[in-house]
Ligand binder design. Structure first.
Ligand code: ZN
Length: 377
């Protein structure tokens, strides 16, 4: 089982993208170092093992990376308020009209039309710790049949609170999570929550927008963005939450240049967050930074995992195998980023960039020697 786990880890860290590609690399130097050169398991065997490998074994390794970094004081909060934020978000890892398994989620496309079809998909929720120099991927949970994303996120959060009780102070999430049960779960654990507030007919949002017409906003401009901000506490127009909440609204204007050499154009976007954390604990400006940090899970985590780490590749269509490979990829991502940010000096980091360093690591992993029997005399 150890060899299998090693192979899976090598597969995702070398970003090969398929089990068959791994089979072709059985004479790599690194395999010899681990004593498995030339006798790597086949693609089918690896897939079968991934379907049976307990996800908790990979999660344990993720936890070890966290504790190692923590012990070496490598993890610093991104905000000046010394608060660690955990970003929780969902991701659809695969979708197909033809391939399905017994655990596939389903949805109807082109509903009630002659073209109506059933699509099969898998979705997972990931928890990411936002740190000063990088994002650490902590854990993931599959969304199961009959439940929605927030339900899976609550299960993930329950485990994170148990396994990483002091790792984070705040949970940051998108508009889907602005629900009373989620807020109550987070508060019951002694943490605070920040969620995007959408203004789609919610009484709370309507109240805030009404109040904003009577209150003077603060200007909290950055180098590139003009921000008009309202920060309102003790709002009671969301009684289901069971506690007064705070809402921060920011109108952000940025000058963007139109494509094809067009004139610069000012674009304004509205942001609103609903939160349980009081202003004395987290003032307006850092709250805006943390609120926007939710995008780091999109930009730094999901995008990179999918684009460069082949995280969405279905190595084996089985819900446990999908989760195990995803967790393995998270582990490889964390180890690589810890190496890049803490073992390579900053000038060299800038000169080489992550992708050239990754290419060097990959080359080292896959460096092939020609087996003796194939060498020319
Ligand atoms: Zn499936």
């Amino acid at each position: 089982m150890h060899t299998m786990a090693l192979c899976m880890f090598m597969l995702v860290s070398s970003r090969l993208g398929s089990l068959n590609a791994l089979e072709k690399c059985r004479y790599g130097r690194l395999w010899r170092r681990y004593g498995v050169a030339g006798r790597l398991p086949g693609a089918d065997q690896l897939g079968r093992v991934a379907a049976r490998l307990p996800a908790r074994d990979v999660r344990r390794q993720l936890k070890k990376v966290y504790h190692t970094l923590k012990r070496r004081k490598a993890l610093r909060p991104a905000s000046h308020e010394n608060l660690f934020a955990l970003v929780v978000d969902g991701h659809e890892s695969s979708a197909s009209y033809r391939r399905c398994c017994k655990d596939c989620l389903t949805r109807r496309i082109n509903k009630n039309t002659p073209q109506e079809r059933i699509q099969y998909y898998h979705r997972l929720v990931m928890g990411v710790l936002v740190c000063k120099r990088f994002t650490l991927l902590l854990d993931a949970e599959m969304q199961l049949k009959g439940e929605d994303e927030v339900c899976a996120a609550e299960r993930l959060l329950g485990r994170l609170l148990q396994e990483y009780p002091r790792a984070f102070d705040l949970v940051v999430a998108d508009g889907l999570y602005a629900r009373a049960p989620f807020f109550k779960t987070v508060r019951a654990a002694g943490k605070h929550v920040i969620a995007v507030l959408k203004d789609e007919g919610r009484e709370l949002a309507r109240d805030v927008l009404g109040l904003c017409t009577t209150l003077t906003p603060r200007s909290l401009n950055t180098e590139t963005t003009k921000r008009q901000v309202w920060d309102i506490e003790q709002l009671t127009s969301w009684p289901q939450a069971g506690m007064p909440v705070r809402v921060v609204r920011s109108l952000e204007t940025t000058v963007v240049k139109r494509q094809n050499g067009g004139k610069p154009e000012a674009r304004t976007t509205q942001w609103m967050w609903v939160t349980t954390i009081p202003a004395r604990q987290l003032p307006t400006e850092p709250l805006l930074d943390i609120g926007h940090s939710r995008w780091c899970i999109e930009n730094n985590a999901f995008n990179e995992l999918v684009t460069y780490w082949h995280a969405d590749h279905v190595y084996k269509h089985d819900v446990n195998a999908i989760l195990v490979f995803w967790l393995m990829t998270m582990l490889a991502y964390n180890v690589f980023h810890a190496f890049f940010f803490f073992n390579i000096k900053p000038p060299l980091q800038n000169r080489l960039g992550k992708y050239r360093v990754a290419a060097c690591v990959r080359a080292d992993l896959l460096m092939m020697d020609v087996p003796a029997r194939l060498r020319s005399p």
